[in-house]
Ligand binder design. Structure first.
Ligand SMILES: NC(=O)C1=CN([C@@H]2O[C@H](COP(=O)(O)OP(=O)(O)OC[C@H]3O[C@@H](n4cnc5c(N)ncnc54)[C@H](OP(=O)(O)O)[C@@H]3O)[C@@H](O)[C@H]2O)C=CC1
Ligand SMILES: O=C(O)[C@@H]1CCC=N1
Length: 274
């Protein structure tokens, strides 16, 4: 992390809280985090949890920042950009919004070029996030490195040459934690139906996810091979996977992810209109 980097967040909701929480313990001395949100409760929570400074509107501290993270909902972005534009100089702007295209954001920010579009995810809170990143042409290599350092402080980064790939990234890793939680919820429900306690089901389901994911991360083999190794002929896993195939679980997941990417494109079109 660059020393003494001053970072302002506009929007202090769910994703900002995950990033701020992940960053809070990892900043160099002298660095600071400032948050602007119209929601007093959101600001109070962030100040109490992470000791950040806060304001209800864009202020001098935002103007004095090195990096400004735009963390409002896509539908709020245009208005926020208009409020921010008069305060912009050389700051690097990071957008985390789904859908909102860099060219639209740049226009709303009065032609500001130093913009990196990012798609982080909530495991950033525990330092295990992954972020897709795409730089607009006006971003210097120093600014690109600064953006990378911020998101690397809370996990890993994947750079994209083509900004439109942010929509697929959103479908995979931006929204992805919700799919994992959904799967864990289903496993917990089944565990409880079969007589395990809530705590036993929770521990077994979560440890299975983290363990299998770690095994996949450390293995040189494709995940399909790891799956086959669990699936004894005529055994229990075979029974489960045969049932999933019959229910079209894989097709449903693939279809759902296409829907997420399509919604990202739609948000860009819907809120990017002049
Ligand atoms: N949640 C996630 O996992 C991820 C979200 N994102 C992106 O992050 C962005 C934020 O999402 P999320 O955190 O879930 O949303 P939230 O609604 O939780 O957070 C947005 C916050 O911004 C506040 N806000 C609204 N208008 C303004 C304004 N004019 N100035 C300052 N603050 C304002 C909202 O207040 P109020 O509630 O009163 O409107 C709210 O507190 C979205 O663009 C989303 O696409 C990206 C990756 C993952
Ligand atoms: O659901 C959403 O639109 C945001 C973007 C990715 C995760 N949450």
């Amino acid at each position: 992390m660059q020393t003494e980097m001053k970072i302002s967040f506009i929007g202090g909701g769910n994703m900002a809280a995950a990033l701020i929480g992940g960053l809070a313990g990892r900043l160099a001395a002298g660095a600071n985090i400032h948050v602007v949100d119209i929601n007093a409760d959101a600001l109070a929570r962030l100040a109490q949890r992470f000791g950040v400074s806060s304001a209800h509107a864009i202020d001098a501290q935002v103007a004095a920042s090195d990096v400004i993270v735009l963390a409002v909902k896509p539908q709020q972005m245009r208005e926020v950009a208009a409020q921010l534009a008069p305060h912009l100089g050389k700051q690097l702007v990071l957008s985390i919004a789904a859908g909102i295209r860099g060219a639209d954001l740049s226009r709303w920010l009065g032609g500001h070029g130093a913009i990196v579009r990012t798609m982080p995810n909530t495991p950033a809170l525990v330092g295990r996030g992954i972020t897709g990143m795409a730089a607009l042409p006006g971003v210097s290599s120093e600014q690109r490195n600064a953006a990378d350092a911020i998101l690397k402080a809370v996990g890993d980064t994947v750079w994209l040459d083509d900004e439109t790939l942010i929509d697929p990234v959103t479908a995979v890793s931006g929204s992805g934690p919700a799919y994992v939680f959904y799967f864990i919820e289903a496993m917990q429900q089944a565990a409880s139906e079969m007589g395990l306690s809530a705590e036993q089901g929770r521990r077994l389901a979560i440890a299975t996810f983290t363990g299998a994911a770690e095994l996949a991360a450390q293995s040189d083999e494709p995940v399909s091979v790891l799956r086959e190794r669990v699936t004894s002929k005529g055994g229990t896993t075979y029974a489960a996977l045969t049932s999933m195939d019959a229910s079209g679980v894989k097709e449903a997941i693939v279809k759902a992810m296409h829907a997420a990417a399509a919604r990202g494109r739609e948000l860009g079109e819907e809120f990017g209109k002049d």
